[in-house]
Design a protein around this ligand. Structure first.
Ligand code: COA
Ligand code: MG
Length: 350
């Protein structure tokens, strides 16, 4: 069943007439204006030409803390995640939802992507999270769905999201970022991504990324979390591999010891080398270290610029593989060079 049918399943009751039916069909105007191809960003296919939204740092802000929400516009973070889930105490969920709804309407997020993390499909909180936060006049740009374990959960989420949006017209699809945080979630990540992309075709969102929820994952498998991340080596690798196979962003582990910036830097550089697009952060003091680690260095930018120029020159003269700075250059390296320049382009001035 596609997302439109899931939407209609709840929209059209048994007594709904044909004209009401047509008037209730979801109104979505997708904007496909900016064109990027990528591998850091996910290599593009002809149908994947949406705007790349950088999430080098993805920062959690507890929805129950109005003061912290109010700080978002001053933080220069790529993505701010206003949280209804684990950063919020059980008895403050309603307050968090109301604060987030107000923040959406009143804060000027500037270049920061404004995202809302709702509770998981099986938490019993998700519907109310969606209903109340999406009452705002200005919708968030992205929704974050934690603890996804099966494709069926995505179907239920889609149905409930459609209910919460009612027949609101969207200027642009919402972006969806899902979290994988358990052993079964890791095992099922491939069918989950596949289903998410199918539902994205007709639904009110576009699946855009996968977050590795390492701390919940460790709790689930009984591992002890370490700065070196050796205990999550396989899962960390599998998340980035699967996300990139589906051309989705991959967001790396959170570093909870937020005062230790040296190990944060090491861990961030390692994540960027593994192919991750960004990293979760919990404190403003972590933002610049992480965003820097996920930004290509000046040397790398120079390498990429010159490589592309050399490649173009060789293409014009009809030659394929060639040598550049002592290395054989072919298509994969060219794609990497393009990714670097594209990331620089979208994050310039930040
Ligand atoms: N978002 C926005 N602002 C934040 C922030 C956050 N996540 N964390 C801290 N700040 C602000 C503080 O309000 C404070 O502002 P001020 O200087 O105007 O008073 C400033 O940054 C310095 O904060 P600090 O005093 O060092 O930390 P704290 O004790 O206020 O908060 C935490 C520490 C860990 C509780 C806080 O960073 C936090 O709540 N992080 C998010 C945790 C979370 O969501 N976890 C779930 C997902 S893993
Ligand atoms: Mg979690």
């Amino acid at each position: 069943m596609d997302a439109m049918s899931l939407c209609l399943r709840r929209t059209i009751g048994p007594r709904t007439g044909c004209s009401t039916l047509l008037s209730r069909i979801f109104k979505i105007r997708t904007e496909r204006t900016v064109h990027y191809s990528s591998g850091v960003l996910g290599q593009s296919t002809p149908e994947q030409t949406e705007r790349f939204v950088p999430r080098r740092a993805m920062m959690y802000v507890p929805g129950s803390d109005k003061k912290k929400l109010g700080k978002i516009p001053s933080l220069q973070v790529d993505c701010a995640v206003m949280d209804c889930e684990d950063g919020v105490a059980m008895n403050r969920k309603l307050e968090a939802r109301l604060n987030i709804s107000e923040a959406l309407d009143t804060l000027d997020f500037g270049q920061t992507e404004c995202a809302v993390r709702i509770n998981s499909v099986n938490s019993g909180f998700m519907e109310e999270d969606l209903r109340i936060t999406l009452m705002a006049n200005k919708l968030p740009q992205a929704l974050m769905l934690p603890k996804v374990e099966t494709p069926e959960e995505l179907e239920l989420f889609t149905e409930k999201l459609c209910t919460a949006l009612d027949d609101r017209a969207l200027a642009e699809k919402l972006r969806l970022v899902i979290f994988v945080e358990s052993a079964i979630g890791i095992i099922n990540l491939e069918p989950v991504c596949r289903r998410g992309l199918e539902l994205s075709k007709s639904g009110p969102y576009k699946l855009d990324g996968v977050v590795f929820g390492s701390d919940d994952f460790c709790a689930d498998i009984g591992a002890t979390r370490s700065v070196e991340c050796t205990e999550v080596m396989y899962a960390r690798q599998k998340v980035v591999l699967t996300a990139k196979a589906f051309r989705l962003q991959a967001i790396d582990v959170v570093h909870t010891d937020y005062k230790d910036l040296d190990s944060l830097k090491r861990q961030s550089i390692e994540g960027a080398r593994m192919g991750y697009t960004g990293k979760q952060v919990i404190h403003p003091g972590q933002i610049s270290t992480v965003q820097e680690a996920f930004t290509p260095s000046p040397e790398k930018i120079e390498w990429a610029t010159e490589l592309i120029q050399a490649f173009d020159g060789h293409q014009k003269s009809g030659r394929g593989a060639f040598t550049f700075r002592g290395n054989m250059i072919d298509m994969p390296l060219l794609l990497q060079a393009r990714n670097i320049l594209e990331l620089v382009k979208v994050t310039r001035g930040r």
